[in-house]
Design a protein around this ligand. Sequence first.
Ligand code: CIR
Length: 256
Amino acid sequence: MFTNVIVRKPCRALLDGITSAPELGKPDYDKALIQHAAYVEALKKCGVNVTMLEAEEEFPDSCFVEDVSVITRKGAIITNPGAASRNKEPEKIIDTIKTFFTDDRIAYIKAPGTLEGGDVMMVGDHFYVGRSARTNEEGIRQFIEILKGWGLTGSEVPLEKVLHLKTGVNYIENNNLLVAGEFIEKPEFADYSKIIVPESESYGANCIWVNDTVIIAEGYPSVLEAVEKAGYKVLIVDTSEYRKIDGGLSCLSLRF
Ligand code: CIR
């Protein structure tokens, strides 16, 4: 069960967020704000308390709070993002994290280690960590070391194609995993009950489980059908403006 969610209002500089898909165009800021408000409403429907942080114009991608911290049931890890324009972004979340955790329950990934929360997938007390262009070997080593100190475990998953681990694989509890692309065949995930997302809907694989409801992105009918068939309540949120800068449902919040 999650009790708390942290989100950050998108800033106007969102239009300059990092993107691998410039052909999708720039986000429309007003539309992004409306979508963000709908996202927050959906989260509230799942029974969580939402902490909304102020927009941070200095960091175009700062609404993607998932990347700057990983929150476990034992403590929070402040990350060290591999993307240069995001590297100092975690400083902006520390004060908020401190309202939830004492200093001995807050750990930090330090250079030369890099890690972004989008590369971390929590399955109970185990954390899969994608080794990506943003998260390096040293970052993963530090992360797993911190987890061990808290009685939790972690393991590395190499990525070849996608930005972050959760771009292509997401755990929705009850042993169910949504998988797309390179994650469909990965041996690490062989024992899960897999919902295979077709290539044409791969963006839709980034769903979030929040207290027995799965929030999914608008416009991915086979994902919707499969998640409903698996027995979940579903809420749909349009994330079209975030998709333009490689963002999705999981990146927009910290859930704990
Ligand atoms: C970035 O490239 O860092 C942002 N434009 C998108 C971050 C998406 N975050 C995530 O998948 N956790």
